[in-house]
Design a protein around this ligand. Structure first.
Ligand SMILES: NC(=O)c1ccc[n+]([C@@H]2O[C@H](COP(=O)([O-])OP(=O)(O)OC[C@H]3O[C@@H](n4cnc5c(N)ncnc54)[C@H](O)[C@@H]3O)[C@@H](O)[C@H]2O)c1
Length: 342
């Protein structure tokens, strides 16, 4: 049976996607350095799927390691080929993801995100694995006021994190130009939040997270006194930034849809926005979360942060047109399902 390699599969989006892959009868190999996740997540993935009555023990494996170790990675591809479980497609989540840390530590971000991808692509090429879904980001766009972002819009990331995503997309373009047997989809995610409804897969970060929801949880748990909202003087309806929040399970489902799309169509290299097409302000989602969860916590407004943009919302028409997919879950679902981990 063929194997799907999920790099960074123990992380937040990766673990939710593994649940979907297993439920769709795929054989999954996770490679993860665990720099921002833990081995426990493998058990949580298995438990989540088992609770749905599916036996998964033999369909998922985790190998701990850093993708930048090229020889080691090639050996993994070789071992899976010898075991008659060839790696035929890859979903590439692994990478460092904090916009703000990338501004503080650009070398670390370029090193991790770019070298791991080069190493992965070389191993894929060597072992004739030509299907790739890459986790790109809305950060690659040059925002254009209060307009929805389309795949054809100007690309001009401002931060080192966004630049690594852009350069990987460009590398994938060069690869496809020289070898047009690849099937590549770069999914440009907007703002994933929420968790699987069974509640076993919280969003966790080992270091300090600058994402909104992990910071809300820190405030609720009393690890910080107040939640800081950066900027209330943006040109948006309530002055706070507007984002396209998408339920992480809708995002996970988009990966299955993209895999099916790539398998059913001609070889190509395509970038697709994965968002809901609807904007919600930071203040609105905080109030919604408080209302739905019945939890109050203090928040304060502070100056704008470097790297922030007032409005990042997807035009998701390409995804709706090409993929057999649409985002089903509401902002309320995202607030209900978000796990407040202990
Ligand atoms: N979460 C978001 O808001 C968001 C938005 C847009 C794009 N993305 C992208 O989606 C992907 C997944 O995001 P996430 O939120 O699940 O992040 P995450 O940090 O939870 O997961 C990433 C995983 O990759 C692993 N990893 C990192 N570097 C590695 C390496 N060199 N070798 C092997 N494993 C490595 C980490 O241990 C972690 O488990 C990332 O590429 C991120 O940039 C995330």
């Amino acid at each position: 049976m063929d194997t799907i390699l999920v790099t960074g599969g123990c992380g937040y989006i990766g673990s939710h996607t593994c649940v979907e892959l297993l439920e769709n009868n795929h054989n999954v190999l996770i490679i993860d350095s665990l720099i921002n996740s833990s081995r426990d997540n493998l058990d949580k993935i298995k438990e989540t799927v088992s609770l749905k009555g599916i036996n998964v023990n033999h369909n998922i494996q985790l190998i701990e390691g850093d993708l930048r170790d090229k020889l080691w990675l090639e050996n993994v591809f070789s071992d899976y080929l010898k075991a008659d479980k060839p790696i035929k497609s890859v979903i590439h989540f692994a990478g460092l993801k904090s916009v703000y840390n990338s501004i503080k530590s650009p070398i670390e971000y370029w090193d991790s995100n770019i070298y791991s991808t080069i190493s992965l692509l070389s191993a894929m090429q060597k072992y004739h694995c030509f299907t790739l879904i890459f986790s790109s980001s809305a950060c690659v766009y040059k925002p254009k006021g209060l307009n929805l972002l389309k795949e054809t819009d100007e690309i001009r990331p401002e931060t080192p994190y966004g630049k690594t995503k852009l350069y990987i997309e460009e590398l994938l373009g060069d690869l496809f130009t020289c070898e047009n047997n690849w099937r590549i989809a770069s999914l440009r995610y907007f703002n994933p939040i929420g968790s699987h409804e069974l509640g076993l897969l919280p969003e966790k970060s080992k270091g300090k997270s600058s994402n909104l929801f992990p910071t809300i949880i820190k405030t609720i748990k009393g690890e910080q006194e107040k939640l800081t909202i950066f900027g209330n003087d943006w040109s948006t309806h309530d002055g706070t930034c507007v984002r396209d929040f998408i339920h992480v399970m809708d995002l996970a489902e988009a990966h299955i849809a993209a895999l099916n799309y790539l398998a059913a169509n001609k070889t190509q290299n395509i970038s697709i926005n994965i968002g809901t097409g609807k904007g919600t302000s930071v203040l609105e989602i905080i109030k919604k979360f408080q209302e739905i969860r019945g939890i109050r916590f203090p928040y304060v407004f502070a100056k704008r942060r470097i790297g922030d943009e007032p409005f990042l919302v997807a035009d998701n028409n390409l995804a709706l047109e090409l993929l057999d997919w649409f985002p089903k879950r509401t902002i309320e679902d995202m607030c209900i399902d978000y796990v407040i981990n202990k």
